[in-house]
Ligand binder design. Structure first.
Ligand SMILES: Cc1cc2nc3c(=O)[nH]c(=O)nc-3n(C[C@H](O)[C@H](O)[C@H](O)COP(=O)(O)OP(=O)(O)OC[C@H]3O[C@@H](n4cnc5c(N)ncnc54)[C@H](O)[C@@H]3O)c2cc1C
Length: 301
């Protein structure tokens, strides 16, 4: 049955890797086998892939840089990776960028065109699509602030061009999560390339000082429930650094991160999240919402 599907996807312009462990595609290095990871080679192939999968009633997920997701031990569906969708066209102080381009590459490309604006996301391991999906932010900036227009695919597989004013961006959330993100027009400001690269280095250094970048993680585990409630500091104050379930551990460097100390599974991460949520709720009466996305395991079958 898969052979026919894979042939169709191949003809649509995709590379196909059957029976792949998702841990190879997530920064937290968690995730068992998926039926296949599909790599559309251009935006047309991406759109065709999604419509073929929908037509065949296949359960699928889109994966960008895999830096905000925790997949299960077995995922019975198909994963569509945007990794090969890396086009970027610069003109003046604007760029039209495909969803799969990595944010770090984008910052460097912009610098090479004498453009600045996204340096605050230096060190963020995701793709443009993933960053827009959740309005990624750091050090006082949010990616939504640079957006002029985004090309998306709606539920009916129609391409829509959404202007910035038609998109809702808020803290770690955007209305773009209702769509498939194809590409975006971003507006930068002019700057000397050396200045951009220096700022990038500065931000990276600040991150390295605070965050466990040498261990697999999916970034901040929880969203800040309100502006003045710092989750990492709170978890630290509760003495929970180093708390462990299986291979998942509250980072000893930054309590806002859960790190994979070896063979962590999704279940370990979920149980650890629940422990922390219970303790924070019983102490502060505050309910924590996860920023990381826990994938369900294709239990639709
Ligand atoms: C070390 C580290 C540091 C981090 N620091 C930060 C930080 O400072 N600020 C911050 O905001 N986040 C941070 N993160 C979290 C993460 O990098 C961001 O959330 C990032 O934006 C996720 O992008 P991604 O491409 O990896 O998305 P993925 O993890 O691949 O996917 C996340 C979600 O986006 C969806 N998605 C991806 N591409 C598309 C598309 N084209 N169309 C529709 N849906 C799509 C996926 O289906 C999924 O639902 C950090 C993570 C790590 C590991």
């Amino acid at each position: 049955m898969d052979t026919e599907l894979f042939e169709k996807l191949y003809l649509a312009g995709c590379q196909i890797l059957p029976d792949v462990k998702l841990s190879e595609y997530t920064t937290i290095r968690i995730g068992g086998p998926a039926r296949a990871v599909i790599f559309p080679q251009n935006l047309d192939a991406f759109i065709d892939t999604l419509s073929i999968l929908a037509e065949k009633n296949e359960h699928y997920k889109i994966l960008g840089g895999g830096s905000n997701v925790v997949p299960p031990d077995e995922y019975k569906g198909i994963v569509v990776s945007t990794r090969a969708l890396t086009g970027a066209k610069f003109s003046g102080n604007r760029a039209v960028v495909d969803c799969g381009l990595g944010i770090q590459r984008l910052i460097r490309l912009a610098a090479s065109h004498g453009l600045s604006g996204l340096e605050f996301l230096s060190g963020l391991p995701g793709s443009l699509g993933g960053a827009l999906f959740m309005n990624a932010g750091a050090f006082g900036g949010e990616i939504g602030d640079l957006v002029e227009e985004v090309a998306v695919l709606d539920d009916g597989f129609n391409i829509k061009l959404l202007k910035a004013e038609e998109i809702e961006f808020s803290y770690r959330s955007s209305s773009l999560s209702n769509y498939v993100i194809l590409n975006a027009t971003l507006k930068f400001s002019y700057a000397q390339p050396e200045k951009v690269l220096k700022e990038m280095e500065h931000i990276l250094k600040r991150r390295l000082e605070k965050q466990p970048l040498d261990q697999p993680s999916a970034g901040s585990t929880f969203k800040r429930p309100r502006k003045d409630f710092y989750v990492g500091t709170t978890i630290d104050a509760l003495g929970l650094k180093g708390l462990r379930v299986g291979g998942a551990e509250i980072s000893r460097k930054h309590a806002g991160f859960i790190v994979n100390r070896g063979k962590a599974t999704q279940e370990d991460v979920v149980r650890l999240i629940e422990r922390v949520r219970e303790i924070v709720y019983s102490t502060y009466n505050v309910k924590l919402e996860t920023e990381v996305e826990i994938w369900k395991g294709g239990s639709y079958a």
